[in-house]
Design a protein around this ligand. Structure first.
Ligand code: AMP
Ligand code: ZN
Ligand code: FE
Ligand code: FE
Length: 279
């Protein structure tokens, strides 16, 4: 079984990379990708654990791009994590995340809901590979007693369009795709069902290599629709659970939402073609 969308403590997941790989193996997964937000810091530890368990680890990442001031998540696979330009781009993304966390902290204070983000910012300063995400800020809001749970924090304060959500500027999907392809990888449009503007799905995807058709938030109808979109555009198909740990209300469970073998084979063929043409 295959799951190409998993998070670790290198970004906003609950499991350390080695623990995640062990749990993936126990759930029956044999090919996985660790796809932390804007960081490859979890890949080395995941690769060591994958070798121990006989799990195939595909190099992966989830990169935030921006379209019309809205975040659009992209998944990249099969790239060289040592690529200099990719490395520099990701470091800038993480610095931007630190700035954004500070700005969210200022807004929360203005809203009368101050939180202490010092431990989070200190970790980011000490560990350059660590990627700060809003779930940690949601947790800080819970810890400070301002909200009952993390989902409420998103719904009322820091979710997209809420008062303490900071709009971003950043690279377009096409710009991200160019950087990833130069590093020998391919790019898939992550969880398209979460995009507010569904009409933009084919436009955005046409600059990429694949669409994430299989995802925990996709109903069977969504899966069929996006598979048809991918076929119409001549794109490959990716998929995975988007597991972040056992957070309340999550539909992402290990070993349940998996990518069919044929889709993975086609994705890999596509990656080989990109590698061949970028040389
Ligand atoms: P960030 O990378 O800081 O933009 O945070 C994005 C992450 O926050 C996503 O990957 C989810 O794990 C989580 N997230 C985003 N929106 C929500 C929401 N409305 N409710 C709960 N979690 C969310
Ligand atoms: Zn996340
Ligand atoms: Fe995402
Ligand atoms: Fe994700």
């Amino acid at each position: 079984m295959i799951d190409l969308h998993l998070h670790t403590t290198a970004s906003d997941g609950a499991c350390a990379p080695a623990t995640l790989v062990q749990r993936a193996w126990m759930s029956g997964l044999r090919t996985i990708a660790v796809t932390d937000h804007d960081t490859t810091a979890g890949l080395a530890e995941a690769a060591r654990a994958a070798a121990t368990y006989g799990v195939r680890l595909v190099n992966g990442i989830e990169i935030t791009s921006v379209v019309d001031t809205r975040d659009v998540h992209l998944l990249a696979y099969f790239f060289d994590p040592e690529d200099r330009a990719l490395h520099d781009f990701l470091r800038a993304q993480r610095t931007d995340r630190q700035e954004r966390a500070r700005e969210i902290g200022r807004r929360l204070a203005d809203l009368g809901k101050p939180v202490d983000l010092t431990p989070l910012l200190d970790r980011a300063a000490a560990e350059p590979g660590f990627s700060i995400g809003r779930p940690a800020i949601a947790q800080a809001l819970v810890d400070a007693g301002h909200v009952a749970d993390r989902n409420t924090a998103f719904d009322t304060l820091i979710g997209d369009g809420r008062p303490a959500c900071v709009q971003r500027s950043g690279a377009s999907p096409a710009e991200v795709a160019a950087i990833v392809r130069r590093a020998g990888g391919i790019v898939s449009l992550a969880h398209p069902v979460l995009l507010r503007d569904q009409a933009s799905v084919p436009t955005i995807a046409s600059a990429l290599d694949a669409i994430e058709v299989v995802h925990s938030e996709h109903e069977p109808d969504d899966t069929r629709r996006y598979r048809a979109t991918a076929a119409a555009l001549g794109l490959a198909v990716s998929g995975g659970s988007d597991f972040h740990g056992e957070t309340r209300g999550t539909r992402a469970v290990l070993g349940i939402v998996t990518l069919p073998d044929d889709d993975f084979a086609a994705l890999e063929t596509r990656a080989r073609a990109v590698k061949g043409s970028s040389r």
